[in-house]
Design a protein around this ligand. Structure first.
Ligand SMILES: NC(=O)c1ccc[n+]([C@@H]2O[C@H](COP(=O)([O-])OP(=O)(O)OC[C@H]3O[C@@H](n4cnc5c(N)ncnc54)[C@H](OP(=O)(O)O)[C@@H]3O)[C@@H](O)[C@H]2O)c1
Length: 318
């Protein structure tokens, strides 16, 4: 019995390896639009695909980010200023992309732009704090997708949505986890709807990485600012010791972030260039061997691990 199981598993991985290493043809003719290319994964992916000879259309949030990316890339790479929270900006970017790709359509749309702040225990936040994050990470992603979809359908291309392990396990407060759960749900329904059109949807779920959004000092300053605005009664119920522990655990989790962004951008590249892309990619060792397996455990067990024994946990008992 064990022998049959071992042979079946070996066959499964062999066939998967063989299928996944086949790449699509004419990559140099294919256009990919990426949001949030000023820094982090988006910036690295834009340069990585540009090096491969693909035609990269990079959405940048700021002029400064766009200029810097253009300086580091080839003449093929083009930039456009995009704020995913503004429908006018998304519509203008879509017109620009349409003009760039012509009759070919858009092979790849990478929804990467995202923010994490305000992030803190839920009770310390306001509805507006949640809206701010959901507006970029979820509604912005949906708006960009809805605008660009006709172009992607024309090319029978790919949509790559950047979610997170925090879209599988929600273990800190604020809009970030709900936004990433939303990205997972939106991507799943989109995949089922667009399959008949030959469009493939991939979800990338990175673990913890050192990028613009995990800058330690900025994160700690934001947290301190939130704490000062927490109503006095709530503040007293948590106490200064809770805050200090939470802040320290938060700082420790940020210090432990991986700096190897290729673990994620290689997944994104595979989703865009393989003939047989995966539906989901776990980006990074922590995602693959800790968070994703943990997400399959019974909730009570996952709660125990996350609130008591995880080195990455940001929980701190009062
Ligand atoms: N880093 C991690 O550990 C991690 C883990 C899981 C998932 N992710 C996801 O990975 C994606 C990329 O994030 P990252 O880690 O590479 O962080 P990042 O370096 O901060 O990149 C995010 C990018 O989005 C841009 N952006 C922010 N608001 C925007 C808006 N309204 N419209 C358009 N662009 C906007 C940012 O521009 P500015 O730089 O100018 O603000 C930045 O270029 C995000 O979706 C994030 O949730 C990250």
């Amino acid at each position: 019995m064990w022998l049959y199981l071992a042979i079946s598993l070996a066959l499964f991985f062999l066939i998967r390896w063989y299928l996944e290493r086949q790449t699509v043809e004419n990559l140099r003719e294919k256009y990919v639009f990426i949001t949030g290319c000023d820094s982090g994964f988006g910036n690295q992916l834009a340069r990585q695909l540009d090096l491969q000879g693909m035609r990269v259309l990079a959405g940048c949030f700021t002029q400064k980010g766009a200029k810097e990316l253009e300086r580091l890339a080839s003449e093929r790479l083009k930039t456009f200023i995009l704020d995913v929270t503004s429908t006018e900006s998304v519509a203008a970017a879509t017109e620009w992309v349409k003009g760039c790709v012509g009759n070919k359509g858009l092979w790849g749309l990478v929804n990467n732009a995202g923010i994490v702040h305000p992030a803190a225990p839920n009770e310390w936040l306001t509805k507006h704090d949640f809206v701010k994050v959901l507006d970029v990470n979820l509604l912005g992603l949906i708006d960009v997708t809805l605008h660009m979809l006709p172009l992607v359908k024309k090319a029978k291309g790919r949509v790559v949505n950047v979610a997170s392990i925090l879209g599988r396990l929600a273990y800190y407060g604020g809009g970030y986890c709900p936004s990433k759960y939303g990205v997972e749900a939106f991507s799943d329904s989109l995949r089922r709807e667009l399959c008949p059109f030959g469009v493939k949807i991939a979800i990338v779920e990175p673990g913890y990485f050192r990028t613009g959004m995990s800058n330690i000092q900025i994160n700690l300053n934001n947290l301190d600012q939130i704490w000062t605005s927490v109503p006095q009664e709530t503040k007293e119920s948590y106490g200064q010791i809770y805050f200090d522990k939470y802040r320290k655990a938060f700082q420790d989790s940020l210090s432990a972030c991986s700096t190897d962004l290729y673990l994620v951008t290689d997944c994104m590249e595979h989703a865009l260039t393989s003939k047989h892309p995966r539906t989901r990619y776990a980006g990074g060792w922590d995602a693959q061997f800790f968070y994703i397996p943990l997400s399959y455990l019974p909730t009570a067990l996952a709660d125990f691990v996350l609130t008591r024994s995880s080195p990455k946990t940001v929980q701190a008992a009062p």
